[in-house]
Design a protein around this ligand. Structure first.
Ligand code: NDP
Length: 333
């Protein structure tokens, strides 16, 4: 049975690949370059993983050839820019997110008629509403959509990123409605993702969501802990399992999944690192250092029941996720 994943060299995709292999699926993944393929090959010396080079998902038709795989049954689309290093919001964030998503769907409809399920990595960014603020009275669930506009997307890279995920996921649901393809879809909406890094080779090129933990252990937050921003999280291994379950479980068809393990604050991250890694004492903020708390007025609630019920996921605790992440960072330079 053929499974296909996009952007195999990314933080989340590397774990998706890992679980696909462990579940015995045969896997083809796209990567941007031969060098990235070689990196993955080395990690799986005993497993046959096939590669297709897709240099830029923002190019129309980029996936047309990559999906031509005999017996292909499912596709997991994770590739999309997640960084705030942006000069042109449309070119750097919106185009790769939106054209990337619609491009995969169009290519499958055109060239891969055996595909039954497509899983798309969306985000809590497509659920959360900036206008609601910390929203202590609101419970976020799959019913919520970020009301962000194209104009707001241009205001700053953070809005730009959130808009890119919102518009891309909306485009996927619209494709389903307009094109009525032979396949069903499922979208994954995680908030901040932590957990061990198996794709990265250096601390300086670390993926965005793990950077705050790196910044703790390299002493950046010694005198002040920054605001937390998003107060909910999930471990990358749980999230990767959700992606794979979403191709394996019939009932996941045409559903959106809000995937969170619960709350965290930056202050708690610092405390977990201090408790488990005394060797970082000099780099970490002392108990009297300010910042990184939960908002005084409270914080939004979340409803993750669909993910637990339909995908059968039990979420791992924050302390395990963060300690495994820190251990993995010790292997990088
Ligand atoms: P990474 O930055 O590690 O992965 C992103 C992947 O997308 C990389 O492999 C990157 O390749 C690829 N990519 C980006 N732009 C292009 C492009 N134009 N053409 C081809 N490939 C491209 O981040 P994550 O693993 O964290 O992100 C994966 C997905 O998860 C994204 O869709 C992101 O929005 C989503 N997500 C992540 C969360 C998190 O906290 N980590 C939270 C919610 C959603 P390269 O590195 O070579 O540029």
């Amino acid at each position: 049975t053929g499974k296909h994943t996009t952007g195999g060299s990314g933080f989340i995709a590397a774990h998706v690949l890992d679980i696909l292999v462990k579940h015995g699926h045969s896997v083809t993944t796209t990567v941007r370059s031969e060098a990235k393929a070689e990196h993955i090959r080395k990690a799986y010396p005993d497993v046959k993983i096939d590669f297709k080079i897709v240099e830029d998902i923002a190019v129309e038709g980029a996936f047309d050839e990559a999906v031509k795989i005999e017996g292909l049954e499912a596709v997991i689309h994770t590739a999309s820019p997640f960084h705030f290093n942006v000069t042109d919001t449309k070119k750097d964030l919106l185009d790769p997110a939106i054209i990337g998503t619609t491009g995969v769907l169009k290519a499958i409809k055109k060239n891969a008629p055996t595909v039954k399920r497509v899983v798309i990595t969306s985000s809590f960014a497509s659920i959360v509403s900036a206008g609601l603020g910390n929203a202590p009275d609101h419970t976020y669930s799959e019913k919520d959509w970020n009301p962000v506009t194209f104009e707001e997307a241009e205001q700053n890279p953070s809005f730009g990123y959130r808009a890119s995920k919102t518009f891309a996921e909306k485009a996927a649901w619209k494709f389903l409605e307009d094109e009525k393809p032979n396949f069903t879809i499922a979208t994954m909406c995680p908030p901040l993702v932590f957990g061990p890094v198996i794709h990265s080779t250096s601390l300086s090129s670390l993926n965005t969501s793990n950077q705050r933990v790196r910044d703790f252990i390299t002493g950046q937050y010694k005198n002040e802990i920054p605001d937390t921003g998003t107060f909910i999280w999930v471990d990358v291994r749980d999230l990767a399992l959700c992606h794979v379950k979403a191709i394996e479980v019939d009932a996941a068809a045409n559903k959106r999944f809000f995937i969170t393990a619960g709350y965290y604050s930056n202050k708690e991250l610092g405390q977990i690192i201090a408790k488990n890694f005394p060797e970082y004492k000099d780099q970490l903020p002392g108990a009297d250092v300010k910042g990184g708390d939960y908002p005084e007025g409270g914080i939004y609630k979340y409803d993750n029941s669909r993910t637990k019920e339909v995908l059968g996921i039990e979420f791992m605790p924050l302390e395990k996720s963060i300690t495994d992440l820190v251990k993995s960072l010790k292997n990088l330079s």
